[in-house]
Design a protein around this ligand. Structure first.
Ligand code: AMP
Length: 220
């Protein structure tokens, strides 16, 4: 099994598809955001330093991230492949990652870039509704995921609530900023010949997406 770097803009479904890959291939899903949050929980001096940086919205320094990643990627459950999420975020990190891989005897593997249309991503975010009781999610703007009865959960019949953390403007700003920031990284991996783009469309079920991902992994 190849190591996978998973890159996706906001609301592309990265969480859902990472879980599908993880469960299907029995490999760990490693998010640098989660590694850092775990470190913050330790309440050490380093944890406090990391917390302050994360709260400011800035990137944590490469030395800290590289050390945490080295600790994580050398654990036994990573020896058969892993999914990396939230890293690398720029070309400096991509280069630091390659040095780390060499040091720990791992290989780069493949990079999956989940492409999503901006309007579709917006519909996902603005149409999302969640059951107040069982947590099932539906989407009022996407046919396939609409509840059978408006505002009511299909499973337990409790009311559905909107989960709008973003309005249209802030979401589009976040989305555009993400594309700008990752453009160089995508080009970098494209030139290396390891980048695979897959389209994530709103009416694709998770099963269809998993088939696309599987094809890509087995073809490589
Ligand atoms: P995330 O959970 O990926 O949204 O990350 C939350 C925060 O953790 C980010 O805003 C950064 O402060 C930090 N972070 C996560 N991944 C990285 C990374 N690869 N490099 C630097 N900082 C990171």
């Amino acid at each position: 099994m190849k190591n996978i770097i998973f890159i996706a803009p906001p609301a592309a479904g990265k969480g859902t598809y990472s879980k599908l890959i993880k469960d299907n291939y029995h490999i760990p899903h490693i998010s640098t955001g989660d590694l850092l949050r775990d470190k913050v929980k330790e309440n050490s001096e380093e944890g406090k330093e990391i917390k302050a940086i994360m709260q400011s919205g800035k990137l944590v320094g490469d030395n800290i991230i590289t050390k945490l990643l080295e600790e994580r990627l050398t654990q036994s459950d990573c020896q058969n492949g892993y999914i990396l999420d939230g890293y690398p975020r720029n070309i400096d990190q991509a280069k630091a990652y390659e040095e780390l891989l060499q040091k720990i005897g791992q290989s780069l593997g493949i990079v999956i870039y989940l492409e999503v249309d901006k309007q579709e991503a917006l519909d996902r975010v603005l149409g999302r509704v969640v059951c107040s009781q069982c947590g099932a999610t539906f989407n009022t703007k996407i046919n396939k995921f609409q509840p059978k009865q408006e505002g009511i959960c299909d499973h337990c019949h409790h009311p559905l609530e909107a989960r709008v953390d973003d309005n249209e403007e802030t979401f589009l700003n976040r989305f555009n900023e993400y594309l700008n920031k990752t453009e160089d990284l995508i080009n970098y991996y494209e030139q290396k010949g390891v980048l695979h783009k897959i389209k994530s469309q709103n009416n694709d079920t998770p099963e269809i997406m998993l088939e696309r991902i599987k094809k890509l992994i087995s073809n490589d």
